[in-house]
Design a protein around this ligand. Structure first.
Ligand SMILES: Nc1ncnc2c1ncn2[C@@H]1O[C@H](COP(=O)(O)OP(=O)(O)OP(=O)(O)O)[C@@H](O)[C@H]1O
Ligand SMILES: [Mg+2]
Length: 288
């Protein structure tokens, strides 16, 4: 691991230098890499297959803002009742988001109750302008500085299977969200399992200022989580992969860069081999 004093020093340093136009995500290493965090007022995409940590990333971003930086957050869910999400992270990570909500520091909004998008009898298509109107109301009412829409796809899954229509819809929604100049937004996007895409409709990554993909990787029998920092508009950072874990209390925690992690695995194998060779040596030793 490379969390040595030097890195910590640089981290503090970059925070103090650039904090003003950055919203720290609460993922320590990532914030250091991004010179303080996500750019304020921009829209980011966190994409990944099921179970890769998109919801945890979004909630960590909101929790960090509320807890450490006095920034109120708005969490918009469509698919999953927000109570289930809160219960889930309480049980798995020990995060008590009800406490934040009762102090209006993180507001949970279940968009279904606004639009009845999934009313069984009819699928109502919510106009992006109406969605943004609701969001703007909350933003004004609670002084929201951080917004998470988790995930973005159900907003646009309708009888319209026409990809061009969906893309137009997405463009309009992002256009509306961009008007929230003081709000830093994280949109999550589900990637169907096994598909090597960055986003569901192939347009989200162009509309977003930055894209982070969460994925699983396998190397020499080890399976681990990887955060692929793919695109970061106006932040001097090259695309790179970071190995992370999900820990109680911490949430997402970066262990190391992928290349370093792979070296560690190789070293581990080399060590193992030496042990095997040593263990086998008496049997393999030539008879005198
Ligand atoms: N305490 C924990 N320790 C280790 N892993 C954990 C812990 N809590 C949650 N996880 C992992 O987090 C993952 C779920 O993360 P999350 O719900 O953020 O994923 P997601 O990408 O939003 O998934 P979905 O697409 O289904 O909404 C699970 O796969 C689980 O393995
Ligand atoms: Mg999720």
């Amino acid at each position: 691991m490379s969390h040595d004093g030097q890195v910590a020093y640089e981290y503090e340093y970059s925070y103090s230098q650039l904090y003003d136009n950055r919203a720290p995500t609460g993922v320590w290493y990532l914030d250091q890499l991004l010179q303080g965090g996500l750019r304020r007022g921009e829209i980011y995409l966190v994409a990944g297959e099921a179970g890769q940590g998109k919801t945890i990333f979004g909630l960590q971003f909101l929790k960090t803002g509320a807890e450490l930086y006095g920034e109120s957050g708005l969490y918009i869910t469509i698919d999953e009742p927000s109570d289930d999400v809160k219960r889930g992270v309480k049980e798995s990570l020990g995060w008590d988001l009800d406490a934040f909500e009762s102090q209006s520091k993180v507001i949970f909004v279940d968009l279904r109750t606004h639009f009845k998008i999934y009313a069984r009898e009819e699928k109502v298509v919510a106009d992006p302008r109406d969605i943004s109107k609701i969001i703007i109301e909350y933003v004004k009412k609670y002084g929201i500085k951080r917004l998470v829409i988790d995930p973005i796809a159900p907003l646009i899954i309708t009888s319209h299977s026409d990809v061009l229509w969906v893309r137009e819809y997405m463009r309009e929604l992002v256009f509306q969200l961009r008007k929230l100049k003081d709000v830093t937004t994280v949109l999550t996007s589900e990637i169907p399992t096994g598909e090597n895409k960055i986003s569901r409709f192939g347009v989200e990554e162009y509309l977003a200022s930055g894209v982070i993909k969460l994925e699983l990787m396998e190397y020499r029998g080890f399976v681990f989580r990887v955060m692929f920092v793919r695109k970061m508009r106006w932040i001097p950072v090259r695309p790179q992969k970071l190995v992370f874990e999900i820990y109680p209390q911490y949430g997402i925690y970066v262990l190391d860069r992928l290349e370093n992690f792979i070296k560690q695995i190789d070293a581990w194998y080399a060590g193992q081999q030496t042990q095997w060779e040593q263990a086998a040596a008496p049997y393999g030793a030539p008879a005198e």
